[in-house]
Write a protein that binds this ligand. Structure first.
Ligand code: ADP
Ligand SMILES: Cc1cn([C@H]2C[C@H](O)[C@@H](COP(=O)(O)O)O2)c(=O)[nH]c1=O
Length: 249
């Protein structure tokens, strides 16, 4: 029995990696599939994983009709047993309905991958329809982490390093690597003209309090600059470390 499965999680939790792995595994068993993506960071018509894997895909446009895509291939004698649908949050609700129809009427498995919510915690329309229609919604096992070490559940957007709550729902971008290179919150390319948009995965607590890694770093630095008496007092409290105030934020 064919299935519509929505694999979801925050940004940077391994969705595209899993999409490529599932495509590989099904293909290795002789099944025929079609890979789709939309607005991948690597550019059009690609599925790219931060682990370094990248492959070609059919770019989903506003005008794409998944039913036609499958029927056309089958009419030409191309085997289509499953679809890999990456960045599915960007698909329209109508396109998600086409995917459900493909599962039910022509027994093609559909494996969709995407984030559920945007930088304001609102569901993307495509993700909402997937949650409504999927046979299964599977949350990825690999957890992206907040800077505090908790499981990240939210995708924050930063503009020039500052977390924002206003702006267009769709802005293609990447998470910033706090541990590698520039401190989190530093624009990826500070010399580029225009504001630098980035993303950071946060736990709910720090999302609601708007504390990104960059903000936490500033608080930790301020801790280190406390007057001697206050600093000594905190130190005697044993729980004090440069990061503890930030972590309690
Ligand atoms: N250099 C690396 N070494 C090991 N794992 C990595 C490396 N870079 C990225 N990853 C893994 O890849 C995951 C991101 O995978 P990706 O498929 O690009 O995520 P998504 O599509 O969900 O945004 C990270 O959570 C991490 O587990
Ligand atoms: C939160 C949020 C994200 N996006 C964009 C940013 C990326 O291009 C993709 C997510 O890709 P990933 O493979 O899951 O990292 O979505 C956006 O346009 N709007 C948002 O609010």
């Amino acid at each position: 029995m064919a299935e519509l499965v929505f694999f979801s999680g925050t940004m940077d939790c391994g969705k595209s990696t899993l999409a490529l792995q599932m495509d590989y595994n099904h293909r290795a068993r002789g099944r025929g599939g079609v890979r789709f993506s939309c607005n991948d960071r690597a550019g059009g018509s690609r599925i790219s994983s931060r682990l370094g894997l990248e492959t070609d895909a059919v770019e989903v446009l506003d005008t794409t009709d998944f039913w036609d895509e499958v029927v056309l291939r089958r009419t030409r004698g191309v085997r289509v047993d499953y679809l890999i649908c990456d960045e599915a949050q960007f698909y329209s609700p109508a396109q998600v309905e086409q995917l459900a129809r493909i599962v039910d009427e022509i027994e093609v498995d559909v494996f969709a991958f995407g984030i559920t919510a945007d930088f304001r915690t609102r569901l993307f329309p495509g993700s909402q329809r997937l949650i409504e229609l999927a046979d299964r919604v599977q949350v990825l096992q690999v957890e992206a982490l907040c800077w505090c070490g908790r499981r990240a559940t939210h995708n924050a957007r930063t503009v020039d390093g500052v977390m924002v709550m206003e702006g267009a729902q769709v802005v293609v971008g990447d998470v910033e690597m706090a541990a590698e290179g520039a401190p989190a919150g530093t624009p990826a390319d500070a010399s580029a003209a225009g504001p630098a948009v980035g993303y950071e995965t946060l736990c709910r607590r720090h999302f609601m309090r708007r504390v990104t890694a960059h903000g936490a770093n500033i608080m930790a630095r301020q801790d280190q600059l406390l007057p001697f008496e206050v600093d000594a007092c905190l130190w005697r409290g044993a729980s004090s470390s440069a990061g503890s105030t930030a972590a309690n934020a």
